[in-house]
Design a protein around this ligand. Structure first.
Ligand code: PMP
Length: 434
C-alpha cells in the first residue's frame, strides 16, 4: 500500500485513512502505543491485526535478539535454517491432514496469496479461480488479481470469478443470506463457469476487510461439498482472523471445514514481515519454481513467528481471544442499544465489527469521524467494509478485560460526539471512503 510519507509531516501518508491518525508513534507496550508527544493510545487495530502479542512483547524481543546474534551466519537464501525448519514443522502440525504437505514462507499476506494463486493454476492446469466480492487478499498485482474488494478493482485476473459473500445483516437473516449466496454459486456452475475449469476457491472464514462478515452456520460446509464434487481446492486465507484471533486457532474451524491450503500472515510475525502457505506437496512444489525470494524464510522472522506461536500456546491466548472477545462483544451490544448510529455488531473472538448506518444507508462519513474522534480520545480504531462503514476491532490477543472496557468507554464518547456534531468535519473535505 503506502510507504510514502509527506515531507512536511511525520505521519501523513498516501493512504487516505492515515489522515485519521495524524501522529507518529515512538513505541508501545502491550495493548498501548506511545505517541511522539508521550500520549498513550489504546490499540484496537493492533496494526491491522499484525501485533498479535501486542507491542514490544518480551518473548518476541528475546527471540529476535537471539536470532540476530546466534543465527547471523545462517543462510538467508534457503529456508534450511533452524528457526524456519522448526516453524515449518510447527505450522504443519496446526493444519488439517489434507493440507499437511509443505510450507512456503513469504513476507506478507499479499505475497503468500499471490504465490498460491500462481501455484494452484500451475499445479492443476485449471485456468479459473473463484473468490468473494469484498475479499481482500493483498495489495500486490498477483494478490489483487484474486481479490474482490473495491480497493483492488484495477488488477483483477481474467480467470477470476467473484461470487457474493453471505451478508446476514444486509439480507435480513443468516438463512436468507446463505440461501442466496449458495443459489448464486450453483447457478454459476450450471450456466456460466464449468466447475472443472476452476483450480481453487479463495475464502475468508470471516470476511474482514469486506466488513467483518461472519458466514451463516453451514454455509462453508455447503461450499466445501461443492468444491469436493468438482475437485476445486479450498484456500483458507487466515491472514487477519487466524492464529487464535477468532477464538479458535484456525478461523475455518468455526465452519467445520478442512481447507486444502492455509495462508497465514500478519499476526504470525507479531509485527515482523513473515507469512506462510501450508498445503499439499503436489501443489506447493510449484511455488518453489515460481517464487524464490532472497530473504524469505530468514531466521530472524522465523524465530519471531515461532515465539508468537509458542506464546499463543503458553499463555492460552486463543481462549483469551474467545473470552475477552465475548465480553467486548457484549459491551458493544450494550452500546448499540444506546447509539442509533450502530446498525449491527458482529464477529468472533477478537475479530469484531460494528456497522454504522444512518437513515438506513451506510454511514461512511460518521464512521470516519468516529475513527478520528476515537484517536483524539486515545483509541486507535480502523474502519473496513466495502462501504467504508464498519469499525473493526482487532486488538492484541493479550487484551485484558480492563482494556476492553476502557476502549468501549472511549468509543461510547466518540459516538456521542459524532452524533452531536462535535467533531470537525474539515478532515473529510475530499474523503471518498477507501
Ligand atoms: N488477506 C487478508 C484476509 C487480509 O486482511 C490482508 C490485509 N488486510 C491480506 C491478505 C494482505 O496482507 P498484507 O497486508 O500483509 O500483504
Amino acid at each position: 500500500m503506502s510507504g510514502l510519507y509527506a515531507r512536511e509531516s511525520r505521519s501523513v501518508s498516501t493512504m487516505a485513512h492515515l489522515r485519521f491518525f495524524p501522529q507518529a508513534v515512538v513505541g508501545g507496550s502491550g495493548a498501548y502505543l506511545t505517541g511522539d508527544d508521550g500520549r498513550k493510545l489504546l490499540d484496537f487495530a493492533a496494526s491491522w491485526g499484525a501485533a498479535s502479542l501486542g507491542h514490544s512483547h518480551p518473548a518476541l524481543r528475546e527471540a529476535v535478539n537471539r536470532a540476530l546474534s546466534d543465527q547471523a551466519g545462517a543462510s538467508y537464501l534457503s529456508t534450511a535454517n533452524e528457526p524456519s525448519v522448526l516453524l515449518a514443522e510447527k505450522l504443519l502440525s496446526l493444519v488439517p491432514e489434507r493440507a499437511r504437505g509443505r510450507v512456503w514462507f513469504g513476507h506478507s499476506g499479499s505475497d503468500a496469496n499471490e504465490t498460491v494463486a500462481r501455484m494452484v493454476v500451475a499445479a492443476t492446469g485449471r485456468p479459473r479461480i473463484l473468490a468473494f466480492n469484498g475479499a481482500y487478499h493483498g495489495g500486490t498485482v498477483g494478490s489483487m488479481a484474486v481479490s474482490g474488494h473495491p480497493a483492488q478493482q484495477g488488477a483483477r485476473a481474467k480467470g477470476l470469478t467473484l461470487v457474493p459473500y453471505p451478508n446476514s445483516y444486509a439480507a435480513g437473516s443468516p438463512e436468507a443470506a446463505k440461501d442466496a449466496a449458495l443459489a448464486h454459486l450453483e447457478t454459476l456452475f450450471a450456466t456460466e463457469i464449468p466447475p472443472q475449469e476452476v483450480a481453487a476457491f479463495f475464502i475468508e472464514p470471516i470476511q474482514s476487510d469486506g466488513g467483518m462478515l461472519v458466514p451463516p452456520d453451514g454455509f462453508f460446509k455447503h461450499v466445501e461439498a461443492l468444491c469436493r464434487t468438482h475437485g476445486i481446492l479450498i484456500v483458507s486465507d487466515e491472514v487477519k482472523v487466524g492464529l487464535g484471533r477468532s477464538g479458535r486457532f484456525n478461523a475455518f474451524e468455526h465452519c467445520d471445514i478442512e481447507p486444502d491450503i492455509v495462508v497465514f500472515g500478519k499476526g504470525l510475525g507479531g509485527g515482523l514481515p513473515v507469512s506462510a502457505v501450508v498445503g499439499p506437496e503436489a501443489i506447493l512444489n510449484h511455488a518453489v519454481a515460481f517464487s524464490l525470494q532472497t530473504v524469505h524464510g530468514n531466521p530472524v522472522c522465523a524465530a519471531a513467528a515461532l515465539a508468537v506461536l509458542q506464546t499463543i500456546e503458553r499463555d492460552h491466548l486463543v481462549a483469551n481471544a474467545g473470552r475477552t472477545g465475548r465480553m467486548l462483544r457484549e459491551a458493544l451490544d450494550r452500546l448499540a442499544a444506546r447509539h442509533p448510529l450502530i446498525g449491527d455488531v458482529r464477529g468472533r473472538g477478537l475479530a469484531l465489527g460494528v456497522e454504522l448506518v444512518a437513515d438506513g444507508a451506510p454511514a461512511a462519513r460518521q464512521t470516519a469521524l468516529t475513527v478520528y474522534r476515537a484517536f483524539q480520545l486515545g483509541l486507535v480504531l480502523y474502519y473496513v467494509g466495502v462501504n467504508s462503514n464498519v469499525l473493526e476491532f482487532t486488538p492484541p490477543l493479550t487484551l485484558t478485560k480492563a482494556e476492553a472496557q476502557e476502549g468501549v468507554a472511549i468509543l461510547d464518547q466518540a459516538l456521542a460526539d459524532v452524533a452531536a456534531g462535535r467533531v470537525d468535519e474539515a478532515l473529510l473535505a475530499d474523503f471518498a471512503g477507501w
